[in-house]
Design a protein around this ligand. Sequence first.
Ligand code: PHE
Length: 396
Amino acid sequence: MHCRPSVSGHRFLGFGSFLPMLMLVALFGLTIPGCPSGGSNANEIVIGHFGSMSGSEATFGQSTDNGIKLAIEELNAAGGINGKKVRLITYDDKGDAREAGTAVTRLVTSDKVTAVLGEVASGLSLAGAPICQENGVPMISPSSTNPKVTKIGDMIFRVCFIDPFQGSVCAKFARSEELNASKAAILTDQASPYSVGLQEEFEKAFVELGGTITTKQTYQGGDQDFSAQLTGIRGSEPDVIFIPGYYTDVGNIALQARKLGIQTPMLGGDGWDSSKLGEVAGKALDGCFYSNHYSHEDPNPRVQDYIKKYSAKYKGTPDGLAALGYDAARILFEAMKRSKSLSGADIAAELAKTKDFDGVTGKISIDKDRNAVKPAVMLEMKNGKPAFVSTIQPDK
Ligand code: PHE
């Protein structure tokens, strides 16, 4: 359904129909019946989500959107925010920075949303955040881990840990008994701020722990042929290959590496988190590890409850992004309930006060830099599926 008010369609209406039309507009504003216009009003609060609903990171946006919608459904069933229902507008940015900018501009300036949720990919959050900041609209990234995202300004928050922590978690794990690696090769997506940033943090921590880097190779998201980089990596004889990329590329890299006879274990970060990872790679990633925000095998009742609710509404088990989208939305709603008004500044002030929120992805407190401090989990791919290995607490 297209909900954009259009005037051109009325060109052929006679003058007689013009007056009643005017009265209708005066009565109801420029809305189309059944198509509520944007902008929060006395009965509802409109929030926005920009995400990759299509493209090679499609599960990022789709899972996040599912998590947000589940949170909204529960909120509205329980009476909403001080009596107001929440309505969501989602735009697909197709995993593209320019589209992300356009989507956020539309949410903020024409839909006049009260707050924005998104993005997953750090590069896309970095594209959207300045627009929210300039317009005084609070934005919460559920899952962007690059430190630069929340540095955009005091309207920008996140509910996930950041990459200096994630990089050190991966480095410690590489050096631990589990992998016992002293030499690491790195393969980075040079076009992705997430990948570049996480690679730097991993390298720093790995070297500090006494490891050496054998080679640093790069690719560009969407590349199809990784044989040159993989041949270089093979020649450098690493104990582990660190690949801070997104799932589609990682799956393709693993398939090609195994075809080249490279059996070295691979290690990565949260960007691997997708049900599609195993679908692309098959068993090529078995025995490989990645750090993440959540494991569906966590016996914690809060996690298992969430999984039950999620799989009753959608098919399948929620991934970390669905859990983070749910947590981000619920933290926003709690801040809105406490807020003395629905102005961006008042909501942001309440978001900043978030402390010990019992999230599916752990206890969430927002620190002075508007980041969340919380544990990470390490997962191992087994038969194409992630299995829980350990939980790593943040340094005190
Ligand atoms: N942390 C990644 C980034 O900043 C996004 C991501 C989070 C992907 C969680 C998968 C799971 O780009």
